[in-house]
Design a protein around this ligand. Structure first.
Ligand SMILES: [Zn+2]
Ligand SMILES: [Zn+2]
Length: 251
């Protein structure tokens, strides 16, 4: 049976050879997992360390936001202006190419493993919560891209060996729900309008999974921070401890 499956895979690869998500050239055997060719991958520039979600400044350890009133720190391996990463995120969100989640998750996990050290700060155990979509949007897209990234992160965290060992984390989907549809954040004219637009749009479905826990809040992109801010506020109100917002790219 195994031989048969390998044969089918081989035929499939000849008919539909795997191509690089970024430049669309055919990728080699060792580039297939991430669907990214070596040349595009070598052009990527990863960030280091965590960021203050209010001002975007890089935070020195032990990662306390430089702005008061901010309830989480931001982890992002890339800037959204990076053309390769921007294209991969667009393919995932707007062209619904699910395999685009793998490279994003891979680079997030590698980046987290390069940071000294989340574990040393005494945070050993995290619950990973993907940012929920409104059910109508999820139906239209067919999936929640944040959940897909989180699932791939879980996979890579088990097989990647980095400089620093990661804390334990596992997905808790369904803890949060998006209960109200919101107008696009991009159409809001100010920071206050963006915060107002998302206020009350999420609800907790299972507070017992949050109280006293450290949280990895997963999304694809961080822009104004209004959505993450609203989620962090809700999670804190329900007893969450440390919150780290994890995205593939920050604006
Ligand atoms: Zn390429
Ligand atoms: Zn700041």
């Amino acid at each position: 049976m195994r031989g048969f499956c390998e044969l089918i895979d081989a035929i499939f690869d000849v008919v539909f050879p795997p191509i690089c998500l970024s430049c669309e050239t055919i990728v080699g055997e060792n580039e297939k997992t991430l669907s990214l060719c070596t040349s595009c991958r070598s052009r990527l520039k990863t960030t280091s360390g965590f960021f203050c979600p209010a001002c975007g400044r890089r935070l020195p350890a032990p990662h306390v936001p430089c702005h008061g009133g901010v309830q989480f720190v931001l982890a992002a391996p890339f800037f959204f202006e990076d053309p390769v990463i921007r294209k991969i995120i667009h393919l995932l969100k707007y062209s619904h190419i699910k395999r685009a989640a793998a490279p994003l998750a891979f680079f997030i996990v590698s980046y987290l493993q390069s940071i000294t050290s989340i574990k040393d700060a005494g945070y050993d155990d995290f619950v990973m919560i993907p940012t929920p979509l409104h059910s109508s949007r999820e139906r239209r897209r067919g999936f929640n891209q944040s959940l897909l990234i989180a699932q791939e992160m879980e996979k890579f965290s088990k097989i990647l060996d980095g400089e620093h060992r990661l804390p334990n984390f596992r997905i808790e989907a369904g803890v949060l729900a998006r209960v109200r549809k919101t107008a696009p954040q991009i159409k809001q004219s100010s920071r206050a309008a963006r915060a107002e637009n998302v206020r009350g749009c999420f609800a907790i479905r299972d507070a017992s999974k949050i109280a006293g826990r450290n949280i990895f809040l997963v999304d694809d992109v961080f822009t104004s921070g209004a959505t993450m801010g609203e989620l962090a506020r809700l999670l804190k109100t329900n007893g969450a401890k440390k919150i780290i917002a994890i995205v593939a790219a920050k604006a």
